[in-house]
Design a protein around this ligand. Structure first.
Ligand code: 4NP
Length: 150
């Protein structure tokens, strides 16, 4: 079993989308997918209604997800930890306790040659088109991840 964790700041906009998209593309027989936020603001909350809507429009139900905060114990639990942006990446690395912890952390868009070293933009203060853009780049990138791992 390969365990993949996707991480953003609030765990209500970007990482719930990556979580649902990866689940839709990878077999649950071989992969466990989860998501978390580096911040504590939204612990226990459902995803943002705009993320739920764009996922639903694309045939993915993320409405049952609940936000949780990333913790150092996630390094023990997960094999791959994908950060949505460079700030999440730094915050995750600051909790690493070993080189092997650090090696698990990747910027998710580095899996996409067209978007290398780019951040998944935070759509929280944006509008529907921002959520649609985030869905599109995560969908493209998660297809590449599924091709590589699946
Ligand atoms: P996310 O978006 O990191 O993609 O879940 C955010 C949601 C809420 C906040 C920040 C980012 N916030 O500060 O409340």
């Amino acid at each position: 079993m390969t365990k993949i964790l996707v991480v953003c700041l609030g765990n209500i906009c970007r990482s719930p989308l990556a979580h649902g998209i990866l689940q839709s593309k990878l077999s649950s027989d071989k992969f466990v997918i989860d998501s978390a936020g580096t911040g504590a603001y939204h612990i226990g909350n459902s995803p943002d209604y705009r993320s739920i809507a764009v996922a639903k429009k694309n045939g993915i139900d993320i409405s049952m997800q609940q936000a949780r905060q990333f913790t150092a114990s996630d390094f023990d639990e997960f094999d791959i930890i994908y950060a949505m942006d460079s700030s999440n990446y730094k915050n995750i690395l600051s909790l690493a306790q070993s080189e092997s912890d650090k090696e698990k952390v990747k910027l998710i868009l580095n899996e996409n040659p067209v978007l290398t070293n780019k951040n998944v933009p935070d759509p929280y203060h944006g509008d529907t088109s921002d959520f649609e853009y985030v869905f599109k780049i995560l969908d493209d990138t998660c297809s590449l991840i599924a091709d590589k791992l699946g």
